[in-house]
Ligand binder design. Sequence first.
Ligand code: BGC
Length: 281
Amino acid sequence: MDMLKPGDLAIGIDFGGSGIKGAIVDIRTGQLAGDRIRIPTPQPSIPREVVQVMDQLVRRLIEAQTGSGRAMLSPDDAATLPVGVGIPAATRGGTVLTAANIDLAWIGFPAEREMARAMGRSVAIGNDADVAGMAELRFGAGRRQRGTTIVLTIGTGIGSGIFIDGRLLPNTEMGHLELHGKDAEERVAESARDRLNLNWRDWASGFDDYLHLLERLFWPDLFILGGGASKRADNYLQYLTVKTPVVVATLKNNAGIVGGALIAHDRRHDDAVRGTVAPLP
Ligand code: BGC
């Protein structure tokens, strides 16, 4: 089996409400460069437990690539692979700022620093929908898309990423816009469909109202629907009536992992060029 080039690889991790998923990703192509591993999210999802699970996940991913018989990566290269994590919360400067669907102990947690310490490698964090959106804009349904693109991830919550000519406006948190007098995600997340026991047509009617709300506020050129519910889009696309084109994310459930790897790699690239760039005036 060919050796992989370490500079083209990064580990992406997607921290979801029910599972923590990760893989080594070839960031030139957005393809997974090995198996995808999923570990159930600890309940309660307190930072210490979640960081431990992520560390275990990274070890398993590395073992699978360096283990006997199918070594695709030298142990030295594996030891320096950077990690990027999509977190279901607003994040800034490596710290988690909110906690709608995760344990409240995440608020104010310096996740980047603590994860790097636990894993002994470079770690970058970002909002889960932002990083999934980055992957879709780079490799998926939003490739070469210009203008305003809104990526929505429909899962335990509703995540959002807004892109202008492919550049991200981070932490938009549009799942918490008010819809029918409530936090939108309480009505239109995938978890809400189960909790409220709605059939697809009824769920889609609320989701369509939500898309109309976003359309009236942002007039995007494209909506990309990702997250768990994107796998079952055939059940509801026909009920959507917005004028804006709506497409389904093509990376499906891997977008968060691939996006995680992208931010990991960009960070490493930033680190490499830092010092050669003129400081801002
Ligand atoms: C969180 C967002 C997250 C979304 C999807 C929301 O409840 O506030 O930060 O992107 O869920 O996980």
